[in-house]
Design a binder for this molecule. Structure first.
Ligand code: GTP
Length: 592
């Protein structure tokens, strides 16, 4: 069955090229907004952070009607830290809209997403937007898009893309520059013509592949996906075939389709449609909802494992807790629990009642959550990002990533050198003939910590990289670490231990000599000062421990355990220092 009445498209755009404006206009012109509905100036990016940073973080579903045809538009994130999200979206749609600014042309950051679309065999419609700009250079931009397609190894059919010239701002589109245009109809028409309609057997057993998870505080967890075959009805019994190989009997108690920016209750939907279901608490990305008598899970793009963790700590400094802010451990825990419901590539572990380890796909993945939460009014401290190590019978293992890099030729040597220092091993290097060189590396995940900003500087913002989880391998790290902080000394009566204390992170890192004082602490591992102090005291049955450190450090030491003395043994050190056992010995000398 061909669903002539549906088109499923993903939208790919560089920041500020006008995606939100275009979708708004499509919604308006398709008559989705009724007069009593609330219309924001920009409606698509609902998340403040997205608005401010100008990046789309969550994929969103919107639908617009054009005549009798429903066009499902799926927003794509522009980068790849989010565990296979782009691939999953590409499997849900039958075509893509590539939106390009008529002045700026295609930007490097959209290459990755476009590449995934081309690989999936999707044919893009190129929408050159902002043609109303006086500095628009439409013809050149089309040539640049063509070059990009060639560089990304598009096939002949993909190279023969349709181009639409648009001004999202003025709400118009045309197929030829000299045409007169008054609305977006030419774009709608082109979508209907170029994007294949979804197809499948509507009579076959149901297969609804869950490709995304959303969360609503009233209805709970929501699974979103495309009906690969068959028909789904509200209140029917079904089997949830999970990625873990378990089959669960479930009832489809709520079924929705996307309408405009919202969800609408529906009674039934059939092959090709993108729907949402709620009421199944255990639903996960990758699950297939099947007919009871025909259970066959769809093979699925797996979600990458988290490789980097950061501790989120309750901020109990006397200065914490402005009015209206969330500071308690309950606040923090509830918020993080909620995040885990929809942020599928993230994991959470409760370390103590006021310390939570959040594990994600990379620094960017975690830093976006931190920023979002801070903006929502959560006050908390975070530790440095750390790589997630695994202990196996063979020893200590660390995660490795395959790193795909595309950089202008002139930056290749700088990038190779920096990655070399970060223990990356080059697997491939291929010029594309367009001034851009593609490189591939295998790198320990720890080597990527702090790399993004260095990379952007080295390539003046023109390079792009993304990484995919490769697997675990023997830990090859050494104990040389970089850290910023203040040197602190602990006396326990029998020994002195030194560490580097970071007031902002409230973590202490123990270095070299003295480590044995704190049994169980690994060099380079960071933990909360209090926790270490309490554990050490318990283990060693110490009652009178003297801590030396900065004012801030001392504030954190619970007075119930320590008799505090602020001593001159402390050396404040606010610059970035390389911490090695040798280094610390030198400092100890200063202390002596
Ligand atoms: P993010 O959601 O931030 O990634 O950006 P976006 O791609 O959604 O772009 P957005 O719609 O926010 O547009 C970015 C800026 O370009 C805004 O200031 C728009 O008003 C402007 N803009 C969008 N479309 C047009 C257009 O057709 N012509 C002109 N001149 N400006 C436009």
């Amino acid at each position: 069955m061909k669903r002539q009445d549906i088109r499923n498209v993903a939208i790919i755009a560089h920041v500020d090229h006008g995606k939100t404006t275009l979708v708004d206009q499509m919604l308006k012109q398709s008559g989705t907004f009724r007069s009593n509905e609330f219309v924001e100036e920009r409606v698509m990016d609902s998340n403040d952070l997205e608005r401010e940073r100008g990046i789309t973080i969550l994929s969103k579903n919107t639908s617009v009607m054009y005549g009798d045809v429903k066009i499902n538009i799926i927003d794509t994130p522009g980068h790849a830290d989010f565990g296979g999200e782009v691939e999953r979206i590409m499997k849900m749609v039958d075509g893509v809209l590539l939106l390009v600014d008529a002045k700026e042309g295609p930007m490097p950051q959209t290459r990755f997403v476009l590449q995934k679309a081309l690989k999936e065999g999707l044919k893009p419609i190129v929408v050159v937007n902002k043609i109303d700009r006086t500095d628009a250079r439409v013809e050149e931009v089309i040539d640049e898009v063509l070059d990009l397609f060639i560089a990304l190894e598009a096939d002949d059919d993909q190279l023969d893309f349709a181009a639409v010239y648009a001004s999202a701002k003025d709400g118009l589109a045309k197929l030829n520059q000299e045409d007169e245009a008054t609305d977006l109809r030419p774009l709608f028409e082109e979508i209907l013509k170029q994007i294949p309609c979804p197809e499948g057997d509507s009579e076959a057993g149901l297969q609804l592949l869950i490709s995304n998870i959303d969360y609503d505080k009233y209805i709970g967890r929501i699974g979103i996906g495309k009906i690969i075959r068959g028909t789904v009805k509200k209140n029917q019994m079904a089997v949830l075939a999970s990625t873990k190989g378990q089959n669960l009997n479930v009832k489809i108690s709520n079924l929705y389709s996307f309408q405009g920016l919202g969800r609408r209750d529906i009674e039934a939907a059939t092959v090709g449609e993108i729907v949402a279901i709620s009421g199944i608490a255990d639903i996960n990305i990758g699950d297939t909802i099947c007919s009871v008598d025909d259970v066959e899970a769809v093979p699925f793009v797996k979600i990458d494992e988290p490789t980097i963790s950061m501790n989120f700590l309750v901020n109990d400094s006397p200065f914490a807790g402005k009015e209206g802010s969330f500071v308690t451990s309950r606040h923090l825990k509830d918020r993080l629990d909620r995040e885990m419901l929809s942020n599928v590539a993230m994991k959470l572990e409760e370390i103590s009642s006021d310390c939570f380890k959040v594990m994600g796909r990379g620094e960017l993945h975690l830093s976006i959550l931190i920023e979002t939460m801070r903006r929502e009014g959560y006050e908390f401290a975070v530790s440095r990002p750390e790589v997630i190590l695994k202990k196996t019978e063979d020893g200590l293992m660390e995660p490795f990533e395959t790193l795909f890099v595309e950089v202008p030729e002139e930056n290749v040597s700088a990038v190779i050198e920096k990655l070399g220092q970060r223990k990356a091993e080059m697997l491939d290097m291929a010029p594309t003939g367009t001034g851009i060189v593609k490189l591939q590396f295998r790198i320990p995940a720890r080597g990527l910590i702090g790399y993004r900003s260095e990379f952007l500087t080295d390539t003046k913002g023109y390079g792009v990289f993304h990484h995919l989880f490769d697997g675990y391998d023997n830990y090859r790290g050494d104990i040389r670490v970089r850290a910023r902080g203040s040197l602190v000394a602990f006396e326990t009566g029998t020994a002195v231990a030194y560490g580097l204390y970071n007031a902002q992170e409230r973590g202490i890192m123990f270095i070299g000599p003295g480590t044995e004082v704190y049994e169980g602490m690994v060099v380079g591992e960071s933990a909360r000062l209090e926790d270490i102090a309490v554990n050490v005291c318990k283990r060693k049955q110490l009652t009178n421990v003297r801590a030396s450190g900065s004012d801030d450090a001392l504030k954190l030491v619970p007075p119930r355990i320590f008799s505090l003395e602020q001593s001159l043994e402390f050396i404040a050190d606010d610059e970035l220092v390389e911490v090695t056992p040798k280094n610390i010995r030198i400092r100890k000398k200063i202390l002596d």
